[in-house]
Design a protein around this ligand. Structure first.
Ligand code: SF4
Length: 257
């Protein structure tokens, strides 16, 4: 077993202080490099490469995070897909726990056993999980850029959702509305049925100016606020209790009936 003080993680970047990555909390954000999905509309394209960024010992990451400690309540471990670097992630969470900071994870839900361990060990306070499409294997595989792997992906996302929804922690389900790919009331209806017990459901606006994995999607126009509101009302019809939309123009807005 590797000495945990020497464990390394590959990090694409760290935001010292963020007010938008964890609702109502000021936090630090650590972006892990590498992702096992290939979503063409990925808004953080560089981070999908497992070699992007720098390799740091877990203790070095802790030191960087703790520099912001007087000003932050928590830390969000994001990506890429942070659960791919399981050993480093778990060690990081264990050590951050001792510092008294709250810990949030952002995940695509594809590696449930890591989420299970983090939950069982009481290391995390919030998970934001992307649910990118209805949980139909063929569709999901296509939407995440891995046609043919939809069966295993959907089984994993379903298992992660099951673990999260029976846990007592804060669960944020996120859906990115991408024109011509996912921006449809039928998609949102199906997704909302699966996540209605989450703490909140956030429908996010695709941004073509982002660092996209497939630059040809830069030609797409972002959905308007009105279009996102229509999706939000659909989610509410399906029983999602707290529904938000996020747009470039207005930031995060809670949608009221
Ligand atoms: S959008 Fe897709 S490819 Fe990009 S980080 Fe998230 S899961 Fe990975």
């Amino acid at each position: 077993m590797e000495d945990s003080s020497k464990l390394k993680v590959r990090i694409g970047g760290i935001i010292d202080i963020s007010t938008i990555d964890w609702l109502s909390r000021i936090c630090n954000v650590v972006f892990f490099s590498g992702c096992n999905f290939k979503c063409p509309y990925c808004q953080n394209g560089k981070l999908v490469d497992p070699n992007y960024g720098r390799s740091l010992e877990v203790d070095e990451v802790i030191r960087e995070v703790l520099r912001s400690k007087p000003l932050i309540e928590g830390v969000v471990l994001s990506g890429g897909e942070c659960t791919l670097q399981a050993e480093g992630l778990i060690s990081l969470c264990e050590k951050l726990r001792r510092s008294g900071l709250r810990i949030g994870i952002d995940t695509n839900g594809s590696i449930p056993h890591v989420i299970e361990e983090l939950l069982e060990r009481g290391f995390i306070d919030r998970v934001a999980i992307d649910v990118k499409a209805p949980l139909d294997p063929k569709l999901y595989g296509e939407v995440v850029g891995l046609p043919g792997q939809g069966d295993i992906i959907v089984r994993s996302v379903e298992r992660t959702l099951e673990l999260l929804l029976k846990s007592r922690i804060e669960v944020e389900a996120r859906f990115l509305a991408v024109p011509t790919i996912t921006c449809s009331t039928d998609f949102v209806r199906e997704v909302a049925r699966k996540v209605r017990e989450a703490t909140r459901f956030v429908i996010q606006q695709f941004r073509p100016e982002a660092d996209l994995l497939d630059p040809s999607l830069k030609r797409l126009k972002p959905p308007t606020r009105q279009e996102l509101l229509k999706l939000a009302f659909t989610a509410m019809e399906e029983g999602a209790s707290e529904v938000y939309i996020r747009t470039k123009e207005h930031g995060l807005e809670k949608v009221k009936r």
